[in-house]
Design a protein around this ligand. Structure first.
Ligand code: FDA
Length: 307
C-alpha cells in the first residue's frame, strides 16, 4: 500500500522541496545514484565493465520547465558520450534517456524532445553505441513511440521500453517485436489508474510473462529489465525454448539492487546490463526506487534521524 502513496508524494512540489533539502547523507542517494558528475561516474563505469557487466547510463532529471533546461540535459548527455568515447566500450556502455528531460512536456514538446534527442543518438552511434528511450507515464507514450519510430529510420538500433502493467503493452510488444528491434520489458514504475493498468502484482507478473513470450518468440532483441528471481528464471526457460543463444537477449537491472545477481548472471555467460544513473536532480528517480520497495523508506528515514 505504501508504494502508491510514495509515488503520489513524488509528484508534490512541497514534498520534493522537503526531501531535497533534508539532510540526506550522500550514502543514501549513492546506493541508487552513485555519482553527481560525469567525473564521479567514470570510475564506476570502469569498475563495472571490468567485472564483466555492461551498462546503460542515465543522467537523472525529468521535471524540467524550460527549453533551456532541456538543452542543458541534451548537453549533459553529449558530455557523457564524449567521456565514453575515451573508454572505447562500444555497446558495453549504452545510454537510457527520458524524453521528459528533453522537453517533451513543454509546449511544442514532441518536436523539441525529438530535436534534443537526435544529436544524442547521432553522437552515440558515432562512438559505436546505442540509445534506449525509457517509458514514463502512460500519457507520454504515444509521443515516445512516434519519436522512437522516427529515430529508427536513421538509427535502427535505437531501443525503447515497454511496461507490463499497461493494458496496451501486449499490442505494443507485437508491433515492436520485428527484426532488428531492441525492446526492454519492465513491470512499470509510475502510478497509473485502473483504466489503463493492472494494479495487482499478480496480474502484472502474469502480463510480464505473456509479453516476454511475444518478445522472445519474435525477431528482435529482448532486454529483460527485472530483479524478480521468478521472472528471471522464466525468461531463461522461455529464451531457451525459443532457441535463443545467450547473446540473443540480455538481462538488465538497476544499479544498487541485487548486485550479487548481476554478477551471478554475468558469470553464467549472460549479457547483464546495469542501469546506472548519475546527476544532481535525483529526486524523481530516487522516489521511484523507494516506492518499489517501501522497506527502503526505513533506511532513508534512519539516515536522516541518525545524523
Ligand atoms: P519487483 O518490484 O517485484 O522486485 C523483485 C525484487 O527485486 C524485490 O523483491 C526486491 O528484492 C528487489 N527490488 C526491486 N526493486 C527494488 C528497490 N527499489 N529497492 C530494493 N530492492 C528492490 N520502469 C518504467 O516505468 N520505465 C522505465 O523506463 C524503466 N526502466 C527500467 C530499466 C531497468 C534496467 C530496470 C531493471 C527497471 C526499469 N524500470 C522502469 C523499473 C521497473 O518498472 C520496476 O519498477 C522495477 O524494476 C521493479 O520491478 P521488478 O521487476 O524488479 O520486480
Amino acid at each position: 500500500m505504501l508504494g502508491p502513496v510514495i509515488l503520489a508524494a513524488s509528484r508534490s512540489d512541497r514534498i520534493r522541496r522537503l526531501i531535497s533539502a533534508a539532510p540526506v547523507t550522500r550514502q543514501v542517494v549513492d546506493r541508487f545514484i552513485p555519482g553527481a558528475t560525469v567525473d564521479e561516474i567514470v570510475p564506476i563505469v570502469r569498475e563495472l565493465t571490468d567485472r564483466g557487466l555492461e551498462l546503460t547510463m542515465d543522467v537523472v532529471g525529468e521535471d524540467i520547465t524550460t527549453p533551456e533546461q532541456a538543452g542543458a540535459a541534451r548537453d549533459a548527455y553529449l558530455e557523457l558520450v564524449d567521456r565514453l568515447k575515451q573508454l572505447e566500450l562500444g555497446t558495453r556502455a549504452e545510454l537510457s534517456v527520458k524524453l521528459s528531460m528533453f522537453g517533451q512536456a513543454l509546449p511544442g514538446g514532441h518536436e523539441l524532445a525529438l530535436a534534443n534527442v537526435r544529436p544524442v543518438v547521432e553522437a552515440a552511434a558515432a562512438i559505436g553505441t546505442t540509445v534506449t528511450l525509457d517509458a514514463e507515464d502512460h500519457t507520454t507514450l504515444d509521443s515516445m513511440f512516434a519519436i522512437h519510430e522516427e529515430l529508427r529510420k536513421d538509427f535502427p538500433q535505437t531501443g525503447c521500453v515497454i511496461q507490463a502493467y499497461l493494458f496496451r503493452t501486449e499490442a505494443d510488444a507485437r508491433r515492436l517485436a520485428g527484426n532488428g528491434s531492441r525492446v526492454r520489458l519492465v513491470k512499470g514504475a509510475y502510478k497509473e489508474p485502473a483504466e489503463v493498468a493492472h494494479q495487482s502484482k499478480h496480474e502484472i507478473d502474469k502480463a510480464y510473462v505473456r509479453i516476454l513470450k511475444v518478445l522472445v518468440e519474435g525477431e528482435g532483441y529482448p532486454m529483460i529489465g527485472s530483479h524478480d528471481p521468478r521472472l528471471i528464471s522464466i525468461a531463461q526457460e522461455l529464451a531457451h525454448r525459443a532457441g535463443r543463444k545467450l547473446d540473443e537477449y540480455e538481462f538488465q537491472m538497476l544499479y544498487g539492487i541485487r548486485g550479487d545477481e548481476h554478477l551471478r548472471l554475468a558469470a553464467e555467460g549472460h549479457r547483464m546490463r546495469v542501469y546506472t544513473a548519475y546527476g544532481t536532480d535525483w529526486y524523481g528517480y530516487f522516489m521511484r526506487r523507494l516506492a518499489e520497495k517501501p522497506a527502503n523508506l526505513r533506511f532513508f528515514a534512519r539516515s536522516i534521524l541518525t545524523r
